[in-house]
Design a protein around this ligand. Structure first.
Ligand code: SAH
Ligand code: SF4
Ligand code: F3S
Length: 462
């Protein structure tokens, strides 16, 4: 490509309209944007409706059996549309693609199956599909970090930035190490460059993503170093990160969060269980005491830091006493939010062999409801305490219901609905919280976004 010469890459396959439907975690959302970037570079065009698309991709999640069955049902449905319309290529991406591989070809008339390490090759895959081939690309690639690929972001104000892929923890219940492979970290330079580009394109907030984000390590760079460097990127208003593992959660990380107001005071720190016996069977690496220490470290240095968590109930062998210990831990920590899941046996995982310790579905549902009930009270109290305070809100777009209303989120990721027009989109504004309905805060803008970081009053104003 010489100076001044316009180089146009010939299309490998004719440009098509593509539609990607994403399930699962934020890593999958980020991967959908990555696939979008790869496809757009080849001239393909994104559409929001599968009925208008020539390429339909279901980007799947395998974390629990229910999630998997749901996407399999959806693939069947889209397959029927495909057969009715003709000329449509149907593909499966994400974790179920990796888990089931070529089995998916038998499940529906799927044209291609592409695992989480194969997205760079989407154009060749489509080209091969054009010639009538059915393609399965589900191998792991230890060196694939998509460093050089530009995602096609669907949101302006907030950007997902994947900093590491895969997981080395092998918790005994979890399929992720088998669908995403071993941990691999991107270079700090590449990540910082991507953050700068996102900010240039209008992002005020970035979320650093990894299944185990705080175990990030690349050369001299550990996670706190990277976080601090991202927070210093000119023009960035907020950085958040997810998901943190308690084992890799250090005082240095806490100090890093405390030192820079650009870093959100919100940490998602999954505990899974409040019982050491269950944690050991889950192979979580941490004990309850270790976890309590991490919470104490956070609360000591950053008293206003919100902590959210994930919990699994009905793990094989979980007794009522084990469960009570989880209830107690939740009452003690007072999470701002908690996601409670019923244990689901997954292929390849050691816990799936613990059949004789199976907990009945009714008992598991009962435990789920009891935890949710306690958490509902704690969460509601936490939100009510925000009424009357001033919060920084990143305005995201028009509220779903009600004209002339916008919606955005706080530093702790709570949704806020406020009066205003689309001109507010993409700004972080000071908002007085005036009320609460369900889990949605209501508020009014009380000032301008003068700089990326606002100094917010610490005291509630009533
Ligand atoms: N890497 C993150 C999150 C992984 S998946 C972490 O370690 O915390 C998100 C959540 O799904 C997990 O935190 C866990 O609570 C839940 N989960 C994972 N496997 C599960 C299974 N087999 N059954 C039920 N819940 C599961
Ligand atoms: Fe799964 Fe455990 Fe890895 Fe989280 S840390 S992704 S729960 S194996
Ligand atoms: Fe699901 Fe895969 Fe994420 S199993 S939770 S989409 S890593």
């Amino acid at each position: 490509m010489g100076d001044g010469v316009l180089y146009i890459r010939p299309f490998m396959s004719t440009p098509k309209r593509y539609y990607i439907e994403t399930y699962g975690c934020q890593m999958n959302v980020a991967d959908a944007e990555l696939m979008g970037g790869v496809l757009r570079r080849e001239g393909h065009v994104r559409v929001d409706d599968p009925a208008e698309a020539e390429v339909v991709i279901v980007n799947t999640c395998a974390i629990r059996d229910h999630a998997e069955q749901r996407v399999i049902g959806r693939i069947g449905q889209l397959n029927r549309h495909k057969l009715e319309r003709g000329g449509v290529r149907l593909g499966v991406a994400g974790c179920v693609a990796k888990e089931l591989g070529k089995e998916l070809l038998e499940l529906a008339h799927v044209d291609f199956v592409i695992g989480p390490d194969g997205y760079r090759h989407l154009p060749e895959v489509l080209e091969r599909v054009d010639t009538g081939e059915r393609v399965v690309l589900d191998r792991f690639n230890r060196s694939e970090n998509y460093e050089d690929l530009e995602p096609y972001r669907l949101e302006r104000g907030a950007a997902w930035i994947t900093i590491m892929r895969g997981c080395d923890k092998f918790c005994s219940y979890c399929i992720v190490p088998f669908t995403r492979g071993r941990e691999k970290c991107r270079s700090a330079a590449g990540i910082l460059e991507e953050v700068r580009r996102a900010v240039d394109d209008g992002a005020k907030e970035v979320t650093l993503l990894g299944q185990n984000v705080n175990s990030y390590c690349a050369g001299e760079w550990e996670f706190p170093d990277l976080l601090a460097a991202v927070a210093r990127v000119e023009g960035l208003g907020r950085v958040r990160f997810t998901t943190s593992h308690p084992w890799d959660f250090t005082q240095r990380l806490v100090d890093t969060i405390a030192a820079d107001p650009v870093i959100c005071r919100h940490v998602h720190l999954p505990v899974q269980s409040g019982s050491d016996r269950v944690l050991a069977a889950m192979r979580r690496e941490h004990t309850v005491a270790w976890y309590r220490e991490r919470v104490a470290m956070l609360r000591e240095s950053i008293p206003d830091c919100a902590i959210s968590t994930d919990v699994i109930v009905g793990f094989p062998g979980e007794t009522e006493d084990d469960f009570q210990a989880t209830l107690e831990l939740m009452s003690e920590v007072r999470y701002n939010s908690a996601y409670v899941f019923i244990y689901s046996p997954r292929p390849h995982t050691p816990a799936a062999a613990l059949i004789e310790d199976h907990i009945s579905h009714d008992v598991a549902v009962d435990r789920l409801e009891r935890l949710n009930e306690i958490q509902r009270g704690i969460g509601a109290r936490y939100l009510l305490d925000k009424v009357g305070t001033i919060q920084g809100v990143l305005v995201q777009g028009e509220a779903r219901r009600g004209e002339g209303r916008m919606s955005g989120w706080t530093e702790q990721r709570e949704t806020v609905v406020l009066d205003g027009g689309p001109e507010l989109t993409g700004q972080i504004l000071p908002v007085r919280v005036t009320g609460l309905s369900g889990i949605t805060l209501h508020g009014e803008v009380v000032g301008h976004a003068t700089s990326a970081v606002m100094e917010l009053p610490l005291l509630a104003i009533s």
